[in-house]
Design a protein around this ligand. Structure first.
Ligand code: ASP
Ligand code: MG
Length: 396
């Protein structure tokens, strides 16, 4: 029996009724002849509630304890889903990340998966069980429980799919695929049928929430096909991310704005980056910051989502002579062949100017045209770039 890994996001497991519906969908997959491993997120808004609970006790919570707390959300989901599947008459067993053999770095609250040794999962599958795994967590070599950073259940699913040599990983959520922009902000955004790993990686790095960036890395390295589908929708409809799924010619495929960035730079122009910049970033959970140094200047982009003691982080940086800005965002058009002719940079810049959006910097390479704009202009800039670079084209 071929293995299929399915991941269900928070909104798909938000209530007992949702969990029962997911249980039926899992059983249908099993009935279709697959061995099934299911990865679950925490129910609905649970992770945010747990983080708020931590903040109400400590404004800069120790990240080890934070991980002990926030990994419980996914453990609730896994146990409940396993019960619901058993009630449908199928054998099921739930495992935590550590029981699943998910070994991570020691970087609490934003750990990376180092390797997966799914001994117990294999044994359970061999015994005919459906396996439910708590997403978003693992165990470090020091035997500490770690969390993988926001959106980390995607990574759990794809890393497991790789370790189990699964046929594919199905990411099930409340949207029926990857769109050319977030449809909530860009009404004429369109669903993309197939995407290559490169484009999906660029999109995830640029802040698109549909699929976690680290999950895409695992998929690309191991050639795992990822199918993004709607939990309650038809299985055939959605986006497939796979080898050879990339764009056949130069064009923009999607536009996204980063949901939350801190921009760091010298407080005094020309001042060098502090020697312990990277160490400070890592100490506060910002090891995934993008830091650059050029002669006479430096800067860093820090995604905010895995910083859980923001005020303390800001103070530490201020003491080091670092200026922290929160009023800028990065809007990125992702595609192929964007650096050279036919030259989409000109039309992109014109579209922003026409929409009244000033840019404070740009980052151009073959896979992306990215513009730094005032955060308040993020939605306008996204719509303008989408209309100018994708609006009239057929869906890829
Ligand atoms: N529950 C975690 C989060 O909200 C992990 C996940 O859902 O992927 O970020
Ligand atoms: Mg991470």
């Amino acid at each position: 029996m071929g293995v299929v890994v399915q991941k269900y996001g928070g909104s798909s497991v938000a209530t007992p009724d949702h969990l029962k519906r997911v249980a039926r969908r899992v059983v249908e997959t099993r009935q279709a002849g697959h061995a099934v491993v299911v990865v679950v997120s925490a129910m609905g808004d649970t992770t945010n509630q747990l983080l708020a609970l931590a903040q109400s006790v400590s404004p800069n919570p120790q990240r080890r304890e934070l991980d002990m707390l926030i990994t419980t959300g996914e453990r609730m989901s896994m146990a409940l889903l396993s019960m619901a599947i058993q009630d449908l008459g199928y054998p099921a067993v739930s495992f935590t990340g550590s029981q699943s053999g998910i070994i991570t770095t020691h970087n609490h609250s934003n750990a990376r998966i180092l390797r997966v040794t799914p001994v117990r999962i294999r044994a359970a599958l061999d015994a005919g069980q459906i396996v439910i795994v708590a997403g978003f967590q693992g165990v470090s070599e020091q035997l500490e429980i770690t969390s993988l950073g926001r959106g980390g259940s995607d990574t759990t699913a794809v890393a497991l799919a790789a370790a189990l040599e699964a046929d594919y990983a199905e990411i099930c959520s409340d949207v029926d695929g990857v769109y050319s922009a977030d449809p909530r902000g860009v009404p004429d955004a369109r669903r993309i049928d197939t995407l290559g790993y490169d484009e999906m990686q660029q999109l995830a790095d640029a802040g698109a929430k549909v699929l976690n960036a680290e999950a895409v890395e695992w998929a690309r390295r191991n050639g795992i096909e990822v199918r993004c589908v709607q939990t309650d929708g038809p299985r055939e409809v959605g986006t497939r991310i796979k080898a050879g799924g990339g764009l056949p010619h130069a064009r923009v495929v999607a536009v996204t704005a980063h949901p939350g960035l801190l921009m760091l730079g010298p407080d005094v122009p020309g001042a060098p980056a502090p020697a312990d910049l990277e160490a400070t970033l890592a100490a506060y959970g910002a090891a995934d910051a993008e830091v650059w140094r050029v002669p006479g200047s430096w800067g860093a982009r820090v995604p905010k989502q895995n910083l859980h003691g923001l005020a303390a982080f800001r103070e530490a940086l201020t003491r080091l002579g670092v200026r922290v800005r929160e009023d800028l965002t990065l809007v990125t058009a992702v595609g192929r062949g964007l650096a050279g002719p036919p030259g989409l940079l000109g039309p992109a810049r014109e579209a922003l100017a026409e929409a009244g959006v000033a840019t404070h910097g740009q980052l151009v390479d073959s896979g992306r045209l990215a513009f730094l704009v005032d955060a308040a202009h993020g939605p306008t800039a996204t719509r303008a770039l989408h209309a100018a670079l994708i609006g009239g084209l057929d869906a890829p």
